[in-house]
Design a protein around this ligand. Structure first.
Ligand code: GDG
Length: 727
């Protein structure tokens, strides 16, 4: 297995200069711990920004690089201007609040997107320079959303994963982002895109539908001729280490000290970066409310709030800091006494030992972010509770809520609800506290950060398209001339062409897709050759094909081959069929039209189609899936097949498909070079029925069993024009 190249905004190190000497200290964040194993064991590299190096001299930079090399870390240097624009501006100034649904925090405008793109390019180029065939690349987080596609352009065959550590918001919020298409396309450069929860993955899928017009299939989507998978990979923590450290003598001594110093008090704890997403002001207000509503608790509870300074360069954080300071002062002023204060506020970071002791000593842990991708603090608290005691009050808007069945869930916007939940937590009987904590500890132990990394990397290293239905060989100039040479040598050419999506683009209504003059001329020119036999095999009705193409000397095959009209002949049914099921299906489709504005039924002689091209894409895809399930169930005893095409669900007699016509035609012209082209699922039957040596062409970028792949109807027509000249 190749090396693992990790790409993240920050390298997992911090640098310090003391007496002119620089030292590099590895930092022990959750990500670094989880990825340490795969990174080191694979002899991999970690690519990221080493922090501000603008004040380092040449010697210090050299020293830094030597130390980083030992840690298998590659620095991506950024100028202070770039940090301001890409990191403080777009990433933390715009994407961060938007993805956390805090719309009032997004700036009126930003001109920094170019800087974001450029820095992403820098990361991608640096990664490409270090890439060796067989390596796996894992890109992290919202600062580097464009890296997957930029890297894909540089190394098309690379295996690339992306993980988003923050929420992916609902489409209605995501679509606010001015560069939403570019960002989505950036992510789609990856083979696997991971999120903390299923609902973020679902939001991402919905944005692909609404913003890019793609049609994801549960956990995968075709884009740019490739399959991209996406799914939920909830990140865990290093449970064993937290559990072990919590049992050490020094932590236990610190716990005893904390308990002794707060002996008459019940302790509440909050630990967060000082960030407006973490819900600190409302948490403070809930303490105020608790003390107002329950005077008996005054002087009996204390909230210790650790607020680690964070992103102090971003404007929004400055006013936020003073807001928090003001609230702490107000509550302590109102409810403090000469000897005690209800809020013990630490605007600083604490050592890991002290953090563990705080987790272990507290009665109630308050984790009430307004939105949080996951929230590891909640999990660390649980891991530190080797005594199986303590209660977790957890925001329902933290990703962790999906996993922590033993927590008391609260709406973090509802100050009263937090106050009430805190009181419930304080009153919870010991037995219940233990039962809840035990359940959570089991979960967190089992799904730790190592398992998270293993699962993601395991999935990333799996093939995205097992089996043969990959994208075919792209029809570039060279492939095209090879095919045309074969055509020139063939004594007879059998052209089997689908109509919609192959010869003409889809239109909003199916009746608007009539052939233009160029297409009629093209078909006339192809069929004018003595060596060529042209057939259109379509899902359309006889009437439509006759009126649009009836004047041409070509074979026409309607309703997926149920009806055929040979050149110069009459329409004939390929075999007797039963249509008694139609009424029942018409009723079901009628209900579907009622429920799905913009959709319509197309009635043909022996088949029915429900078209939904003009509908709200997300809702209609969902309806289509429901409809197929329902029809398959309702028609289980009826000899019909339910097919899905491009924005259409069709019901037609069983055993009739384009493959039957194709097989019959190929059989009637032995030795002819068959060339088949089509764009949707119904054309797969056509491709499957072709004899050895035939040329099959899929129009579009979906997976197909066709050998060749052409971009769109324009490129297809161009190919047919060249073909007409070689005939
Ligand atoms: C992002 C997402 C997602 C905090 N104070 C101290 C301290 N910490 C450590 C905690 C914890 C980490 O910082 C914070 O992690 P969170 O997960 O809570 O939040 P973010 O920093 O916002 O992280 C988040 C995460 O990425 C991972 O994907 O869960 O949703 O926003 O590990 O322990 N550590 C020490 N002293 C402190 O004072 N030593």
């Amino acid at each position: 297995m190749g090396r693992l190249l990790i790409v993240s905004n920050r390298l997992p190190v911090s640098t310090k200069v003391e007496h002119g000497k620089l030292s590099v200290v590895p930092s022990a964040g959750g990500l670094a711990t989880g990825l340490k194993g795969p990174h080191e064991e694979s002899g991999g590299l970690w690519i990221g920004w080493p922090g501000d190096t603008s004040r380092l001299d040449k010697g210090q930079i050299e020293g830094l690089e030597r130390e980083l090399l030992d840690l298998r870390a590659v620095p991506c240097y950024l100028s202070p201007g770039e940090v301001r624009a890409y990191y403080d501006g777009v990433s933390n100034g715009f994407l961060w609040p938007l993805f956390h649904y805090l719309l009032d925090k997004i700036p009126y405008s930003t001109s920094e997107w170019d800087a974001y793109r450029q820095v992403n390019e820098r990361f991608a180029t640096l990664t490409a320079n270090h890439y060796r065939p067989g390596d796996t690349v894992w890109v992290h987080d919202y600062q580097l959303a464009l890296v997957p596609s930029l890297l894909r352009e540089m190394i098309p065959e690379a295996r690339i994963g992306f993980f988003l550590h923050i929420p992916f918001p609902a489409t209605e919020v995501f679509r606010i982002f001015p560069w939403r298409e570019e960002l989505l396309l950036g992510l789609l450069g990856a083979d696997l895109v991971g999120f903390h929860t299923l609902s973020y993955a679902r939001h991402f899928g919905n944005s692909l539908i609404h913003i890019l017009g793609l049609t994801p299939d549960v956990d995968r989507v075709r884009s740019g001729g490739r399959t991209v998978r996406f799914g939920a990979y909830p990140m865990g923590i290093d449970f064993i280490t937290f559990d072990r450290l919590a049992r050490t003598e020094s932590v236990r001594a610190e716990v005893a000290r904390l308990r002794y110093e707060n002996q008459d008090l019940r302790l509440l704890l909050g630990v967060d970066r000082l960030d407006y997403t973490k819900g600190i002001p409302r948490r403070l207000l809930s303490i105020e409310r608790l003390l107002q509503k329950h005077p008996e608790l005054r002087g009996r509870v204390r909230l210790i709030q650790v607020a680690v300074p964070s992103r102090e360069h971003v404007d929004e954080y400055e006013s936020f800091t003073s807001e928090v300071n003001g609230l702490v002062g107000r509550i302590n002023g109102a409810f403090g006494t000469a000897t005690s204060t209800p809020v013990h506020y630490l605007h600083q970071s604490v050592s890991q030992k002290d953090l563990l002791a705080l987790y272990a000593a507290t009665d109630v842990m308050l984790v009430t972010p307004l939105r949080d991708g996951m929230n590891l603090v909640a999990k660390e608290f649980v891991a530190a509770r080797t005594d199986e005691d303590g209660v977790l009050v957890l925001s329902e808007f933290a990703g962790a809520a999906a996993e922590m069945a033993g927590a008391l869930l609260v709406n973090p916007y509802n100050v009263d609800a937090i106050a009430d939940a805190t009181r419930v937590a304080l009153l919870l009987p010991e037995q219940e506290r233990r039962a809840r904590m035990r359940a959570m500890r089991q979960r967190i132990e089992q799904f730790d950060v190592h398992r998270w990394a293993r699962t993601f990397l395991g999935d990333l290293r799996q093939e995205n398209d097992p089996g043969s239905r990959e994208a075919g060989v792209r029809m570039d100039r060279e492939v095209r001339s090879q095919l045309l040479e074969r055509v020139a040598r063939a004594h007879e050419v059998l052209l089997l062409l689908d109509y919609d999506g192959t010869l003409t683009p889809y239109t909003r209504r199916p009746d608007l897709a009539s052939p233009d003059k160029d297409l009629l001329d093209l078909l006339a020119s192809l069929s004018g050759s003595a060596r060529a036999r042209v057939h259109i095999i379509s899902g359309r009705s006889r009437g439509t094909l006759e009126s649009w193409l009836g004047q041409l000397p070509i074979g026409l095959h309607a309703e997926h081959g149920l009806w055929s009209r040979p050149v110069g002949g009459e329409w004939a049914l390929c075999r007797p069929v039963d249509a008694s099921w139609k009424q029942k299906v018409l009723e079901i489709l009628g209900l579907c039209v009622e429920r799905t504005p913009g959709s319509m039924i197309e009635e043909k002689s022996f088949s029915l189609a429900w078209h939904y091209r003009m509908c709200d894409p997300e809702f209609a895809e969902w309806q289509a899936r429901e409809l197929k399930l329902h029809l398959t169930h309702a028609l289980s005893n009826v000899p019909v097949a339910v097919l899905s095409g491009d924005k259409v669900v069709e019901v037609q007699p069983h055993g009739v498909n384009k493959g039957l016509v194709a097989a019959a035609l190929c059989g009637a012209h032995p030795g002819a070079l068959a060339i088949a082209a089509g764009d949707d699922e119904t054309d797969e039957h056509l491709f499957a029925a072709l004899p050895e040596g035939a040329i099959s062409i899929h129009v579009g970028s979906r997976a197909s069993r066709a050998h060749h792949n052409i971009r769109d109807t324009v490129a297809m027509r161009r190919f047919l024009m060249a073909l007409a000249s070689s005939l």
